[in-house]
Each structure stands twice: as structure tokens, then as C-alpha cells.
Design a protein around this ligand. Sequence first.
Ligand SMILES: Nc1ncnc2c1ncn2[C@@H]1O[C@H](COP(=O)(O)OP(=O)(O)OP(=O)(O)O)[C@@H](O)[C@H]1O
Ligand SMILES: [Mg+2]
Length: 869
Amino acid sequence: MDPNSKSSEQVISEMVEMGFERFKILEAIKVVGTSIPNVVEHIFNTSSCSNPEPPTTHISKSCSSNGKILKKRTLSSSVQVPKSRTINHYFQSTDRAAEKKKNVVVVDDDDDEEEEYKKHLPQMEFDIDSDITSDWEQRASTLLQKHFGFSSLKSFQKEALSAWFAHRDCLVLAATGSGKSLCFQIPALLTGKVVVVISPLISLMHDQCLKLTKHGISACFLGSGQPDNTVENKAMRGMYSIVYVCPETVQRLIQPLQKLAESRGIALFAIDEVHCVSKWGHDFRPAYRRLSALRENFTTSKLKSLKIDIPIMALTATATKRVREDILKSLCLSKDTHVVLTSFFRPNLRFTVKHSRTSWASYETDFHELIKEYGGNNKNGGNKKAFTLDDVSINSDAGRMSDTDSVSSYDVDDNQDDYDDSDTNVKQSGNIDNHKKRKKLTIEFLENDVDVFQSADDLDVTCGEFCVQSPPKQCELSDTIDPPTRPEKRLKMLKEPLDQGPTIIYVPTRKETVRIAKYLCKFGVKAAAYNAGLPKLHLRKTHKEFHENTLEVVVATIAFGMGIDKSNVRKIIHYGWPQSLEAYYQEAGRAGRDGKLADCILYANLARKPSLLPSRRSEDMTKQAYIMLSDCFRYGMNTSCCRAKTLVEYFGEDFRHQKCLLCDVCVNGPPQRQNLKEEACILLQTIGAHNACRYSMDSSYNDDIHFDSKDRRLGLGLRPSLMMLVRSIREQFQKFLTTDILWWRGLARILEAKGYIREGDNKTNVQIKYPELTELGLEFVKSMSEQTFYVYPEADMLLETKTDKPFSSFSEWGKGWADPEIRRQRLESNRSPTMRRSTRKQRKSKGKKVKRDLRTSRGRLAAKLSKHK
Ligand SMILES: Nc1ncnc2c1ncn2[C@@H]1O[C@H](COP(=O)(O)OP(=O)(O)OP(=O)(O)O)[C@@H](O)[C@H]1O
Ligand SMILES: [Mg+2]
């Protein structure tokens, strides 16, 4: 039996609550079965004009409280309504019946009467709104209380609604979990018109539709994930108050939506997660850019029956200044667009960064706390039954598409090139077929690749239409607690233990989701993996169990998407570098929506530069992706600035609190400042010397800095990489012989942040790679003898000083790595006997290229070295 099907009794009781007459419902059930939408449709189609039974959904309720509203909507719907009985027609009849009772002129189907009606009520459309001018706030509060159980609108919600009410376009920038959805849901309730919401993910639309249904508001979603093709038809005839559409579908629906605008009416177009519009943000979706069609096609000049252009409300929690400007421009929002900007600060989130190699070997150290918290650490799981993943093999499809395990080896990093341009990456990821498919930029493809591209069809769902259920009782609803903004309260919160609640662990690869979930299950934690490569059934189950608090931990890729709105998520763990701070803050923002203390922990290998995940990007976008990744890297490396401040300021907000008091930097304090005058001076001089050496061919370069001729050995005329420069320093200065590149990288970042050096490569890198001295740097070097240079060492510098191992990255294997001959021998000896045999063979076959595994940095390095031999 279909678990979604309802019994006749259930349908009757729900529909009676909606205001339908029992006998009509019974009659309809006999004909069309127990699907509520079909029953509603049947009743509409068979009801006689003279005796319509008004459904007392919120639509008719909100309208019937105001006679004028009813009749005007009737008129508005009369513009294009066909003679056949549709829901609009039904509403007309309903409204008219109600009007008759109130002695208001109402027309019947016949044209004369309609004309008569028009004479009496010549105004249409937003007169509906002007009727509620005086007390719309009061009405909104009543509806808010009735449908959602909240006592009042938040001030940013009021601001956004006021803008909508003044028919202005509006861009709402408000923190994750602040309540942006209400800004576009209330207009549907206030006007009885339809609100069309553009949303990027099926799972997000599905979640929101379910919630709306619970709150007594009819909703549906349209898009490639919609299995029922009658839903679209019904939606375009105005049967749902809120219609969610994925951006790819909007273009196709322009005409039907225009008809809808002229019949039942469209109160608002809401574009949720609008940062997807911009290439300069994360989650870019090309179809979002084409949403400018909404501004073009729903204006008074295009649709004569409209009195005003239909307002557009765009909403996001993560947009930098550049992204905001791009949104306004790309969507062609009006010049008069109102921008609602609230603080991005989430005062109850405790941000921490921890060093971890984020590999299998570090699970024990990193997860033992978590296992303890969930009462695990028992191989059999005690009384708890771990959520099994038997149906999912680690080697299955789950790890296929965005698996970067193969590209992120931990062994060698120093000469590591950043994981480069998308195309190469895809080739390197080993799946040529996939690569070919990737070249075709089709929507179908996007839909299969959601871990990398957040697309519409991330989770197929059984049904995309949602009928009104009675709103939950008051006691079932609780206002979210506003988190404490006052410092004393935050400090107090810190002393209290974390409340109970689930954890989400975000990892970059599909394979990792399964591996970690299995690991946790083994220790009795109820954990499940979530990535777009897993069976849909499993994904649905995970979603459900997560929302029902049955699961303790979900280990997910970014496919556990935007808009996950569960109030009691206590921990968000990022296990591996995120791709941008936007993505990081949005994902972290899923914690602590109940206003109580919640943890956001980033475990990252601070000894490695993060790499870009394989993806299709234009040159521009690759550059931007590197910039975003680099900002994220800097966030992790920072040791002295409050984490919340860094995040909030990243989004262009002035952080007025100075400190969050909760994050690891605020709690532990910054490390001791060190005077790195000598080191800075040596590095700058070495850079200067190499630069001078390069430019000496061009005599215009004014060389003020002395450089040793020994440097010429180290690549005269070549563009010196930081690695080469450090090697040069190590050779020249005995005291720095055993210093690690990690430490110098940290110093280079500090010097770059101060403006003393800049990247000399025209490619953007995560970390400065080919440093060049700036004017400021030159000044600094000249005056170096007179000053000190106190700085906070960055995370990688601290890491290096904590390990007493000499040069290269924490392994005996790495000792002497600077010497090319030693390096060659090591690479040779590190190969397995079979590999060695085959390499010998390959060498014998002259002219034939030795194949390197370019997916690993070691392989790439070996390939490079063999080129130079
Ligand atoms: N006026 C209000 N009073 C109390 N709670 C509210 C109010 N408005 C919204 N909320 C609650 O806030 C929570 C978050 O709402 P919502 O999902 O709209 O957030 P959001 O801003 O869209 O977040 P995200 O950026 O993650 O999508 C919901 O559980 C909602 O019920
Ligand atoms: Mg939202």
C-alpha cells in the first residue's frame, strides 16, 4: 500500500476542516479516489453556480473578511478565465455568493452582468492591497499567529514586507536561519494571490512545501523533479497559494505565469538563495541569471491588466558586496530596489578551527569526543541500533563524481601545484566518460552532479503538491529563541553544557561520507551518509530520520543542501577545507537555529594548501574560485582575529561587537607576538634580489638591493617560486637550514597582507607562489634596521614550530627533500616492486612516455622531475 495514500475518513476530515461540505467530498471520493487535489478539482468542476460550497482555507478566510477584497479579486480573475469551471471560477462564484450576502454587486457568468460588475468596480489588482493599507501589519501579525504560531514579525521581515507593500523590488540579506521565508510567504496570505518562489533545490522546495502544508497553506513545486504533470496545470490555474519553481523551469512557464498573473494574480516573485545568480559567489547557477525575464515580462507595459509591475523579492544569507551588486544588475531589479541588510552575526555559534590530516588515521582522535557525546564507544552499540549502510559500498558510485581523495595526498606538498583548471582535473579524476559528459553542459547532467553543482534534482520526491492541512496547535509551535547579543549573556551561555541535538559532518567527497558514517556506526553512533550518488530511498530515509531526531549524525557532501532548517542542530563539523567562506558560513549556519549555543568546527590540514574540487569553470570563474578558496584558507590560518568577526566582515559588515567571546581565538587568546624582523628582512631581500636578477636584463629596474651572486645558481632569470627562495635562504643561512617551508609560507602571507609583497604570477593561487617585492616592501627593507616587526604567527607557522622535525612536512621521508637527487631516489624507492619493474620496462622502451599517476601530487611531482632530468 502506498504510504502516502490517505483513507477516505482522513480526506473527509481534512477537507471538512478546509470548509468543503461532507456530502460533496463523499461524492467526489467515489469518482476520483482519495487524492485531495483530485477531490478538490472534482468538486470545483461539478459544483453548480447557484450552490457553491466555499472552501474555508486561509485563502477564502483571509478574503472573506473583507468584502472589497473578494469582489476585486473576482474581477481580476474575470479577465481571462474561461467559461469552464476552474478553481478561479469557483472562487469567483464563492466570492460572489459571499458578496451577495453583504449586499455588494456581484455578477454571474453572463457577460452583461460581468460588465455591470466592472462598472461598479473598475479598479483591480493592487487595490486589494490598498484595502489593507491601514492595517496590513496588524493583519500580517494575525496571520502569522494563526498559521505559524509566532507572536510578531521580526523587524527585517517588516522592512521587507513594507517594501513589497510599496510595490518595490527588494533584496533581503539576512543571516542563515533568521526567517527569510516568511517575507515571501506572508504576501500570499495577505492578498489571496499566488506567490511564485524560485528556489534552487528540489529537497529545499519539498521541505518548504511540507512545512507550509503543516501551517495550513497550500503549496507545490514545479521542475524537473516533479513527477506529477497535473500539478503544473493546477498551479498555473491558481490552485496553490505558493508555487515553488526551479530556475530552469521558469523560462518555459513565462506565458502560463502571465495568464496566472492576469487571472488569480501573482502577489510577488521571490528568488530564494539569490547568491546563485552570481559568478562571484558560490553555487553559481546559470539559469538564475536568466531570471531577469521576470522583470521584463511582468510589467504593466507587457500585461495591460496589471496596475503595477509585479514586485520581485530576492533573498540570501551569503552575499558579499560584489555579489549583491551583481544580483541587482543581473536580475534587472528596479533602480528603486530596497535593500534590507541585517547583521550576518550569529551570536550563539561557537567557531573553532582544528588541525587534522582529515584522513582515516585521524578519525580516532577527531571523533572520539563525538562518539562519547552520543554515548557510543561500544562496538555493539549497546542498546542503540546503529543505522546500517550495508546497501552502500564504499567503492560504489558514491565516490565517483567528486571524489578528490585521489588528488589530495598528504605526502608531498611543497612543490604541489594547485589543483588546476577544471578540464585537467576532470581528466585526472580518471573517468574519461564522465569527462566527456561534463563537456556537455546540459541540465540533465547538472542533475546528476549535485555534489559539485547544486542543482534542482538533488532529491526526487514522491509528490510535489501539498494540500492544506490544519495548522498545528499552538503548543506544537515554539518561537525560536532570539540568541543573546549581549556579551554577558554570551559568556554565560559558554559555561553551560551544549544541549542535545544532532550533528552534521560536511566532507568534500562522496567516498568520505560513507567511510565516516560507517566508522561512527561501528562505535554505536546512529549515523548515516548523505551524498547525491546514494540511492534515493536511502536519501529520503536519511532526511526523514534526521528531521525526526532518530539520527544523531549525518555525514554529508554539500548535497545535504541549502535551507536545511532544523532548530536543534548542535554541531556542524567541516572535515576538510570548504571551497569558500560563503559555503562554509551557510553550512555552519544550520547549527543553533533555536538560539542556543552550537558548535561549528572546521577540521583542516593546516599543513596543506586546499585544492579546488573538480568542476566546470570558465577562466574567470576559476580565478574567482581560487580567490574564494584562498580567503577560506586564510580564515583557517588566522590565529589572532575573532572568527565571527572575520566571517561577518567578509560579507562586508562592520562587526560592532569586537569579539564574539565564544570562538577558539576569543577563548584561548592569540599566540604570543614575535618579532620577526630578521626573517622578514631576509625573505624580502631574497625576493628583491631574485626580482632584481630577473629584471636586470631590463635595465630599467632600479636595483637598490644587494644580492649575492650565489643566487644565480638558483635559477637566474627564472621567476623564483617561494619554494626556491626558501631553498636559497636555507643554503645561505646556516641558522635557517632546518626551517620548514610551512613556516616561510606563513610569513609570506603576513608580508603579503601588509602589502610588502604581491603575487607575481598572473594565475591566482591559494597561497602566494611567486612573490614579488612591492614599493612598500622596498621601503620597508630600506628602513628595516630602524624598526621591529612584531606579528602573530599564523597557524602553519605554529604548527611548524611545534614539530621538531627538520625540513619537509613532518616525515622522515621528507628529510633532505630539497635535494633533487635525494628526491629522485626517494620517489624511485617508494614505488612498489611491480611498479619499479614496470618503470624499468618503460625506460627500456625508448621514446615511450612513463605514465605517472597525475591524480596524486607525488605523481605529478615525479612527472615534473622526470621532465627536468
Ligand atoms: N517572526 C518569527 N518569529 C519566530 N520565529 C520565526 C519568525 N520567522 C521565522 N521564524 C523561524 O525561523 C526559522 C528559520 O526560518 P527560515 O527557514 O525562513 O530561515 P532562512 O532565513 O530562510 O534560513 P536559510 O538562510 O538557512 O534559508 C524557522 O524555523 C522559522 O519558523
Ligand atoms: Mg531560506
